[in-house]
Design a protein around this ligand. Sequence first.
Ligand code: SF4
Ligand code: SF4
Length: 360
Amino acid sequence: MSDSTTEENSGYQLVPTRLQESCGDGTVRCHLCLWRCKLRHGQRGFCQTHVNRHGRLYNLSYGILSAIDVGAIEDKPVRHFRPGTRVMSVGSYGCNFRCQGCHNLEISWGVSELDRLARGESAAAWASPEKLVETALAWGVQGIAFTYSEPAVWLEYVLDAARLARQAGLYTVYVSNSFVTAEALELVAPVIDVLCSDIKSLDDNFYKGICGAASVEAVLDSIHTAHKLGIHVETRTNIIPGHNDDEDGLRRISRWIARTLGADSPWHITRFFPAYRLGHLPMTPTPIMHRAAAMAREEGLRHVYVYDDKGCDCAAENLPVAEYLRADPETVHVTRKCQADCCGEAGILLKKYERQEPGT
Ligand code: SF4
Ligand code: SF4
């Protein structure tokens, strides 16, 4: 770590990747997600988060926090697990998708910060699993959600933190794109209470566009596996104008949920706000969201939620993560919702993640 290493990140270290398979000649395959990257010494996986060092894979992001916040579990969105409780949300860097309209770009792709971690030059906030749980308890929340970036590529930390959280009486939420292996889900199942998963589309081309290795079937299989493993599953579809807003496609998503996860399985329909390479698109018009909900009810789904809010998740004033870890509960959650028109051509304002520690 750099000279600016603080008390918070002094424990940083590379941690061996949990699901790795030696292929000989120093080449190793990662089985955390369905990319199943095969890496030689010095190579990093598609997520940029796992690196082969002399024939062994390591996670670069163990304990590294990119964002932290506190709010209602309903904001995840999760509505049928411990409603009315508050949850601490945390994320790191790295994702196994490359969505053209990603709102968490700087942390999900997170290449710059992961490069700095790989070079030992990062001053990102670090929290041991113990510190994370201690912070959640101090803030008086009832659960911890692993979100913002993709928790599947942060699995080593998620497992340790979630196990401690459970022991401390907290519930755990895993917000994922579900491009994960069954082996990883089996590791997660004993310590994760809730999977909040995207179903982005039922069109293979949509998934291929954001991750060449992905297919609808693979994603749906993973969601179904999580359900069969006993994890409480809620699904979400963000409707993007011109990309996944055709009525037949939306109807087929709800039909799959009703038939596979059951009529009581909640489906959350959220509004797209322009961001990154899809910054030129409009926000999702209200009528298609309600049309999708009506079709879902026709297909038998009993719990369909439309998020017809006009405000995006831009935070106008937020503290650096390390400050949050030191903060008392009253100063947490200073996030302000912005008006939708702040999300201009350049995409959503990522102020939540932009402010740096002074001097970095
Ligand atoms: S987590 Fe996925 S993308 Fe990252 S190295 Fe492993 S298989 Fe590849
Ligand atoms: S899966 Fe989510 S975090 Fe990852 S690139 Fe897509 S929108 Fe961003």
